[in-house]
Write a protein that binds this ligand. Structure first.
Ligand SMILES: [Fe+2]
Ligand SMILES: [Fe+2]
Length: 175
């Protein structure tokens, strides 16, 4: 097994950070807009987040376990945050997007998603150092790079849970 190099990890981190910046910008757009632009921003966020989390769930979070059979608690925490974010998204989808109830529920959910992205960048990626194979990291980076195009080409207003499932299938089939 070729130990992962700093360069390979940096590539992965750059791709992840760039997508997280896009997610944080989309969260801000939803929070600061209203009416039709808010609905549009929410649809964009929903699809991008579904495709991004699908890529991570299929190709990033499983790396240590698939590679060395290692169980890494901080990755289990990230997976559990994604489950919480998905459940929160389902609750948001049930609300009227123009209502105060939506705005009240959206703010803490957006904060949790932001904290999740930061934990992936600052805890999960550094933890891969010395633990995993270089090929697994470069493969995960390649799959993550598909996210923006896939999100652009599949944007719909379908429920997040359905979009996540479909995107996970798409990433699995490409193995
Ligand atoms: Fe994630
Ligand atoms: Fe992420």
């Amino acid at each position: 097994m070729a130990a992962v190099t700093a360069v390979a990890l940096q590539d992965l981190k750059s791709e992840l950070s760039s997508q997280h910046q896009q997610i944080r910008a989309m969260l801000r757009s939803v929070a600061t807009s209203s009416g039709a632009p808010r609905a549009e921003a929410f649809d964009q966020l929903r699809t991008f987040l579904a495709v991004h989390e699908a890529a991570e769930q299929e190709h990033l979070h499983p790396i240590p376990r698939a590679d060395g059979g290692q169980d890494v608690p901080l990755i289990d925490e990230r997976v559990s945050e994604e489950d919480d974010a998905a459940a929160g998204m389902t609750r948001l989808e049930a609300l009227d997007i123009g209502s105060d109830a939506f705005s009240t529920a959206f703010a803490p959910w957006a904060d949790a998603v932001t904290a999740h992205t930061e934990a992936e960048e600052h805890q999960e990626i550094p933890a891969l150092q010395g633990l995993v194979d270089e090929d697994a990291v470069t493969a995960a980076t390649a799959q993550l790079r598909r996210v923006p195009h896939l999100a652009d080409s599949t944007r719909t207003a379908e429920p997040f849970a359905d979009q996540l499932k479909r995107a996970r299938r798409e990433f699995r089939e490409d193995d």
